[in-house]
Every structure is written in C-alpha cells, then in structure tokens.
Design a protein around this ligand. Sequence first.
Ligand code: FES
Length: 115
Amino acid sequence: MNLTLRIWRQAGPDAPGSMTTYQVSGISPDMSFLEMLDTLNEELITRGDLPVAFDHDCREGICGACGMVINGQAHGPERTTTCQLHMRHFKDGDTIDVEPWRAAAFPVVKDLVVD
Ligand code: FES
C-alpha cells in the first residue's frame, strides 16, 4: 500500500504545531498502525529528519498508552487500540490524518505524545 500521511508535528508543549505531509510506500495490510508509523520513522531517521514521537508500550492492546486520533476518530476506524488497528482497514492511496488526543487535561508534549 502507498499512503499519504498528514501528521501533527509539534516540537514541544509551547511550540506551534502543524500538520506535515509524508508519503509512505510498501506498507503491508497486515502491519499494525504503529508498525506503519515505525516504517515512516525509519525513513525519516535514514534521511536525517526527526522521527514522529508517539506513545506506545505493550503493543498488545492492554496498556492503553497508544492513544491518538486517526481521521478524526479516537484510535481510528475500528473499536480497538491503535496498536491493534491493522492497515487492512485502509485502502491503497488513502490520505490519513494523525493527530494527538486533544484535550485541555492532556496537553501535547511532542507530536502525538500528550501528558
Ligand atoms: S501500546 Fe499498549 S494498548 Fe497499545
């Protein structure tokens, strides 16, 4: 799958943030959403850019650390955690918006990470 990602990038709590567009290719439908972000981050690191910061821990759907908003929906299109969301729920050529969980009680620390 080839995808366009529009991801919220914010250097720190007091920095202005904005959506940044990335292209990713070669994404397997069997990858989890976080594995897809890992693929993007490997590409960013390879070319000397900062990786996208996002929270995760167990990657087994247990801890709840991986909260983010995907296309305006908490955790994306499935009723599951982001780490258990698989790319088969998207289509080749899709544009996907990825934002932090926005709430006054959870200020953005960096990119998709909230306090
Ligand atoms: S990383 Fe633990 S539930 Fe997703």
